[in-house]
Design a protein around this ligand. Structure first.
Ligand code: HEC
Length: 152
């Protein structure tokens, strides 16, 4: 029994030594590229801003499909990112944001709902108006750009 315990402890100590050693090894090799990445990231838009631009591009594509008489069926964006993506420093999920976000998500999903009764163009414009509703208070800069997405 005594021998078994001692042996086990030695084994654990040896494993710990290996772990510490290998972690250190990893840290050393990644030090340089990590520093460069941080400097570069300071000039990057926030995760949320990036996602907003992806939503913009997606809706631009929907608009041209709808105008061409096609019926869009795919929604490749994970809209739940709106609940998790990091925002630009100083921005946060305000009460107003919370009151618009789920309505917007539902309306964006409704565009590709082939069983929906409402006309496609109307469903699409409803989603874009929901972008605008949130933007009126949360981030007014892109409003003119978003308005261009509306189908007249
Ligand atoms: C629930 C609120 C809300 C909804 C809905 C919303 N946005 Fe935004 N949007 C924001 C906020 C807040 C920001 C600023 C994010 C940041 O800087 O981190 C933003 C930023 C943007 C930007 C600027 C990104 C950049 O490069 O700085 C664009 C463009 C944009 N949104 C387009 C859209 C479009 C198009 C839709 C609808 C498909 C939409 N938004 C729906 C709140 C919203």
């Amino acid at each position: 029994m005594e021998f078994y315990l001692n042996n086990k402890h030695f084994g654990i100590a040896f494993l710990l030594f290996l772990t510490v050693f290998s972690c250190k090894d990893k840290e050393d090799t990644s030090k340089e590229p990590l520093k460069k990445a941080v400097v570069y990231e300071m000039y990057q838009p926030s995760e949320m801003a990036g996602f907003m631009n992806a939503m913009y591009a997606y809706n631009q594509q929907l608009k041209s499909q709808i105008v061409a008489g096609e019926t869009p069926t795919s929604l490749p964006l994970d809209l739940l990112k709106l609940h998790s993506a990091e925002m630009t420093a100083g921005k946060s999920r305000t009460e107003n944001w919370q009151s618009f976000v789920n309505v917007f998500i539902a309306s964006q999903k409704a565009i590709v709902d082939t069983l929906a009764k409402t006309e496609l163009k109307e469903r699409y414009n409803t989603a874009i108006n929901n972008c605008l509703n949130c933007h009126k208070t949360e981030c007014t800069g892109p409003i003119p750009k978003i308005k261009k997405l509306l189908i007249q």
